[in-house]
Design a protein around this ligand. Structure first.
Ligand SMILES: [Zn+2]
Length: 202
């Protein structure tokens, strides 16, 4: 069955904060830019494999969460919410980007409660662990994904998962994220997890 994948790349160019401190070599990770690059890196192989894949916010400017949720729901209604998934790609931060912090690792979030999003999040977490990522878990509810009432997850009709792809304000994580190896690994994680979900549940 044809699956429709919506990739949301979070914040816009004008969103305050959402950046790493400056690395010793002068480089800096900007979340809006980085997540757009990753989303495009995820979209290409999925499209080549015949998956119908959308970028929710192709431009550089921010689109409000309310508007984004509306756009997702229009697509989910058009295609059927069982045949549509949303993956929102983010970078984590423990502070405000002014200094390096200690928290690090990879996380996935879903809406609260047992939904099909949990199956999608399981695909992500299994693959992240298989790839040797340090996966931060909240096992209190029995799921390896953390659950929270994040707006884009709570107000969308289709299964939705938000990935926090390492901490941009942890120096080790940030160096990994900006490296070619890191970018490829993060993009591959998304491609493999989405493909697995489609194979298993679509
Ligand atoms: Zn974010």
């Amino acid at each position: 069955m044809l699956m429709h994948v919506i990739l949301d790349n979070g914040h816009g160019i004008e969103t305050k904060g959402k950046r790493s401190p400056v690395l010793p070599d002068g480089s800096q990770l900007l979340e809006w830019k980085y997540t757009r690059e990753i989303a495009r890196q995820v979209m290409k192989p999925l499209r080549s494999a015949g998956v119908d894949c959308f970028l929710l916010v192709p431009g550089e400017l921010d689109v409000s969460l309310k508007k984004r949720a509306q756009m997702v729901n229009e697509l989910a209604t058009k295609f059927g919410s069982e045949r549509t998934i949303l993956v929102s790609i983010h970078c984590n931060a423990a502070g405000d980007g002014s200094k390096w912090m200690t928290a690090r690792g990879w996380e996935a979030w879903t809406s609260i409660g047992e939904t099909k999003a949990d199956k999608l999040a399981d695909c992500f977490c299994d693959e992240a662990m298989r790839m040797g990522f340090k996966v931060r878990k909240d096992m209190s509810d029995g799921d390896p994904d953390k659950e929270d009432g994040l707006y884009i997850l709570k107000h969308t009709l289709c299964p939705a998962v938000l990935t926090e792809n390492f901490f941009m304000d942890n120096m080790e994580d940030c160096k990994f994220m900006l490296s070619e190896k890191g970018r490829e690994a993060i993009a591959a994680l998304h491609v493999r997890s989405i493909t697995k979900y489609i194979e298993d549940y679509a």
